[in-house]
Design a protein around this ligand. Structure first.
Ligand code: NAP
Length: 286
């Protein structure tokens, strides 16, 4: 039996849908069952928080493989490690962790450093592991949907840096492939979308789908921090995101490869299909 964490989030819900489509039975540990957006017929939904070891132990009964994915939070590393350790104790044989492309021994920014340290922790538990290290999620563009709808533009502190952004749904589908397949133990998969581009090109491509001109405004790190501070209350999170964007601006995500397509057996989803799928969010109000 497979256990998913994060199944109400972007990656986890996609993994859940892929498992359901394939007729694979699984269990999902969720904080709020009302947020479950996949067909939960035949799915065991366990309600609970990852910060509750007793619930985690209960959810892990009879599990052989588990997906670890959580939103970024000051307690993320501690909770992911606790989950991994309880999973190993419960006899889980294979852990699949969503990490990030910048996770590396020399990572200094908080989020990739935490991911790398958690990966290292997992490698010492004596269970099989697979790490998914994705590039920038296309879904991040939804944070700018209001600005694009109102002003046909969005601002980011990324200069002309490029990313090979990936649809988070593909990351979830890769997770489902790894959780149900063989030959993935000991792999750290660097997952990208199909195209490396800077954000001027992102704007151009999104505008072509939305049938209007969209532009990207390169913002200063200071202006980014000020705007973001209006939406993010946590100083930890604000610092972590600003650090990460400084690294992306310096080129940390300038990598494109065929791993996503190779694992999925089809091309990775492109920005055009993402924009079409979420077009409503980017359209101006009538
Ligand atoms: N954004 C990017 O460009 C990017 C790129 C590479 C890697 N990543 C990594 O991707 C991960 C985030 O994936 P995502 O986008 O799928 O996340 P997401 O959409 O924010 O979803 C997070 C999930 O974690 C659950 N969760 C959070 N805290 C929990 C807790 N204490 N107990 C139980 N469940 C908890 C959430 O439940 P609720 O629904 O109840 O909140 C939700 O299901 C992060 O580790 C991030 O570093 C992101």
């Amino acid at each position: 039996m497979i256990l998913l964490t994060g199944a109400t989030g972007r990656v986890g819900s996609s993994a859940a849908k892929a498992l359901s489509r394939a007729g694979v039975r699984f269990r999902a540990l969720v904080r709020d069952p009302d947020k479950v957006a996949f067909d939960s017929d035949g799915v065991e939904v366990v309600q609970g928080d990852l910060n509750d070891p007793a619930i985690v132990e209960q959810a892990l009964q009879g599990i052989s493989r588990a997906l670890i994915v959580m939103g970024n939070h000051p307690d993320q590393s501690q909770l992911e490690r606790q989950f991994a350790s309880l999973a190993a104790d419960a006899g889980v044989s294979h852990l699949v962790k969503v990490s990030s492309m910048e996770a590396a021994p020399d990572a200094t920014a908080t989020l990739p450093k935490n991911h790398y340290d958690t990966e290292q922790y997992i490698t010492e538990l004596g269970v099989d592991w697979t790490f998914l290290r994705p590039n920038y999620y296309m879904q991040n563009m939804l944070m700018y949907a209001g600005a694009i709808a109102r002003t046909n533009s969005f601002a980011l502190p990324l200069g002309t840096a490029k990313t090979a952004m990936i649809d988070a749904r593909d990351v979830g589908e890769v997770a489902a492939v790894v959780l149900t397949g063989e030959g993935h133990a000991g792999q750290a998969y660097r997952l990208t979308g199909p195209t490396m581009m800077d954000f001027h090109e992102v704007a151009l491509r999104m505008g072509a789908v939305l049938e209007r001109s969209v532009s990207y405004v390169a913002q200063s790190p200071e202006a980014f921090r000020e705007v973001l501070g209006q939406f993010i209350q946590s100083a930890w999170q604000l610092d972590a995101v600003c650090e990460l964007f400084a690294e992306i601006a310096a080129g940390s995500l300038e990598e494109q490869n065929s791993t996503t397509a190779d694992l999925l057996g089809r091309p990775a989803l492109d920005l055009e299909s993402f924009t079409r799928q979420f077009a409503g969010a980017f359209q101006p109000a009538d």
